[in-house]
Design a binder for this molecule. Structure first.
Ligand code: GDP
Length: 328
């Protein structure tokens, strides 16, 4: 896409194409909302304001590399499209932020779903901060919903902050794990157990089936300690993305979680997410303005030198930078 802003007519045509669910237009629209160029960002806002908000079932799916996410999503996705759903798959990949390369969302990882006309798979934007990727993903989700996708799966790799970020943009968070028992349970970060709404012990096939069931039982016990009475206690089920065994049950648990939220609960959750998203957009934009500030640029090297030489301390240096920014 060129750096030139789209004109009125092009935007209107793009919005029509998205509404009609035309793949090429959906791809162009997502490229637009992923762009960090100021002119594109304005065009993206304009585009989104022309699209009606959709109402998809939004599910985050996470787990460590190798847990079987892509195999599972392929299995679940093809079942959902066979049942008449239109499925969008997005990814939030922290490795792409660091390296510019992506380990998730590679289309070859989901060969069948990638060629399914009722599905749309989009790899993670390859650059930017996690906040920037989150902004792009949230808007890509809006594009997919406007294009008629009624299920959006957001995949992320099971490390750190990306899971919290994804949990903040979906209705239900599904955590895939492998059979671990006893002490190995400690290996699952407590933070994950707090944000997971449904947990599936994957690869419960072949010789691992019994082991997976024991692990699921222990995990369910551990979760009862984390969650208070009356709260949604995440269901723990076993499944195999490879054979498909238990995958429908996992989906049923996702729907049960939505049922538990209820219409009002879901609306309140999404409203809260919008508010959080608002502030994260503001923080992102401020960080951008700080980077672009001529006043800051003018003193940056001097401040850096004075801090490194021990002439001024960090709070004094920070004040100098903020004063320069405010004077712009
Ligand atoms: P991801 O990195 O989480 O996306 O994991 P993949 O879906 O790429 O799977 C990693 C490896 O585990 C591959 O070799 C898969 O064939 C295998 N695998 C995935 N799901 C299952 C499963 O349900 N059972 C078994 N036995 N192997 C699986």
């Amino acid at each position: 896409m060129t750096a030139r802003a789209l004109d009125e007519e092009e935007l209107a045509r793009l919005a029509d194409g998205v509404r009609d669910g035309r793949r090429a237009d959906v791809s162009r629209a997502i490229t637009l909302v992923e762009s960090t160029k100021p002119a594109h960002r304005a065009a993206a806002r304009d585009l989104l304001s022309r699209l009606t908000a959709g109402d998809a079932v939004r599910v985050g799916i996470s787990g460590v590399p190798g847990v079987g996410k892509s195999t599972f999503i392929e299995q679940l996705g093809t079942r959902l499209t066979a049942a008449g759903h239109r499925v969008g798959v997005l990814t939030v990949d922290p490795s792409s932020v660091r390296t510019g390369g992506s380990v998730l969302g590679d289309k070859t990882r989901m060969a069948r779903l990638a060629t399914d006309p009722q599905a749309y798979i989009r790899p993670s934007p390859a650059a930017g901060t996690l906040g920037g990727v989150a902004r792009a993903t949230t808007q890509a989700m809006a594009v997919l919903e406007a294009a008629g996708h009624d299920v959006v799966l957001v995949e992320t790799v099971g490390v750190g902050q990306s899971e919290i970020t994804v949990a903040g943009m979906v209705d239900t968070f599904l955590f895939l794990t492998l059979a671990r028992t006893g002490d190995q349970l400690q290996g699952i970060k407590k933070g994950i157990l707090e944000i997971a709404d449904v947990i599936a012990v994957n690869k419960a096939d072949q010789e691992h089936e019994g082991e997976a069931r024991v692990a699921a039982r222990e995990l369910a016990g551990a979760l009862r300690l984390v969650h208070g009475k009356g709260e949604w206690a995440p269901s723990v089920v076993t499944c195999s993305g490879l054979t498909g065994e238990g995958v429908d049950e996992v989906w049923q648990r996702v729907l049960d979680h939505r049922g538990h939220l209820g219409e009002e609960g879901l609306a309140a959750k999404r409203a809260g997410q919008q508010l959080d998203f608002t502030w994260s957009l503001v923080r992102d934009e401020l960080a951008d303005r700080l980077r672009r500030s001529p006043g800051v640029a003018a003193i940056r090297d001097d401040v850096r030198r004075r801090v490194l030489e021990g002439e001024i301390n960090a709070p004094v240096a920070a004040d100098l930078i903020l004063e320069a920014y405010d004077r712009d």
